[in-house]
Design a protein around this ligand. Structure first.
Ligand code: CP
Length: 312
């Protein structure tokens, strides 16, 4: 089936077939990234603007790298030095970027819904690089891509997401993707951060860490997102760590071959101990590497490229 979407806003709206198409295209790009010449001419002549209005290391740099590997010109918007500091609206900012000749905008914004809003205004592709606590679709895509590399078929695999679910766009995007793959998702953490209403078909909510981790094949740790929390959700970080931090003892409850994931940035010693973050079961840096191929696939497909032209 040909790719027909202009934008990538959420994984909720994608079919399993569309996610498979992105993953297959990413796998083809990953092979190309393993060659001595890593660049392809797919987006030569196109200009991509990275409009990041919230801090980012991994997502911004990997979109930048992905665009360059596709031979696009890339401009990174400097929010602190921009006229947004003088009160210019998001709409005016984006329309001016379009008027300057951008062919695609990658946006990160603290307000949920900003990418959808721009996608309805602009005639060029808009890619969501994270909006508030709503969605981080390329993170969900690269996370499930990484899980599939290690586990193969995700159907009935036990995947635990541990930590601040309530404020996490990463959790939401992973839940949507994993549900489509038929994984068994368990959400665990303090009741203030893991409300019961997240439960649904294929998604269990618990506050019992040992029961959640027992036999799991994937555990994904999430950072406490203080920047989105108006009130404290637990008494102190030390108390959070003592109840929900992943340490060696608790990792012993997992399936011995379980992979340990984290979208970053990591708060070492809070949600995960150093030994585990850097240990043999950790795939955290592999997630980062996979982010380039997955974002190449998204940029390529939303620019009108077709999967079969890369896959061959
Ligand atoms: N995973 C992730 O979104 O990291 P950054 O905030 O550094 O982009």
């Amino acid at each position: 089936m040909p790719w027909h979407r202009k934008d990538l806003i959420t994984l909720e709206e994608l079919s399993l077939d569309e996610i498979n198409q992105i993953h297959a295209t990413a796998a083809a790009f990953k092979k190309i990234l393993g060659r001595s010449v890593k660049k392809v001419p797919a987006l030569r002549g196109k200009t991509i603007v990275n409009l990041f209005l919230e801090p980012s290391t991994r997502t911004r740099l990997s979109f930048d790298m992905a665009a360059k590997r596709l031979s696009a010109d890339v401009i990174s918007f400097d929010a602190a030095a921009s006229s947004t500091t003088k009160g210019e609206t998001l709409r005016d900012t984006a329309e001016n970027i379009r008027a300057l000749g951008a062919d695609m905008i990658v946006i990160r914004h603290a307000a949920s819904g900003s990418p959808l809003y721009l996608s309805n205004i602009l005639d060029i592709p808009v890619i969501n690089a994270g909006d508030g606590a709503h969605a981080h679709p390329t993170q969900g895509l690269l996370d499930t891509f990484t899980m599939r590399e290690h586990l193969g078929d995700l159907r009935d695999r036990k995947v635990v997401i541990l930590g601040d679910i309530l404020f996490s766009r990463v959790a939401r995007s992973n839940i949507h993707a994993l549900s489509k793959f038929g994984a068994k998702v368990t959400l665990v953490g303090p009741s203030t951060l893991v409300p019961r209403w997240f439960a649904g078909p294929g998604v269990e909510v618990t506050h019992d860490l040992r029961g959640a981790l027992a036999g799991a094949e994937v555990v994904m740790l999430l950072r406490i997102q203080h920047e989105r929390q108006a009130t404290a959700s637990f008494p102190s970080l030390g108390e959070y760590t003592s109840m929900f931090g992943l340490n060696k003892t608790r990792a012993g409850w997992l399936n011995p071959r379980a992979i340990i994931m984290h979208p970053g940035p990591i708060n070492r010693g809070v949600e995960i101990d150093n030994d585990l973050a850097d240990g043999p079961n950790s795939v955290i840096l592999g997630q980062v590497t996979n982010g380039i191929a997955v974002r190449m696939a998204v940029l390529y497909l939303c620019s009108g490229g077709q999967p079969e032209n890369v896959i061959g």
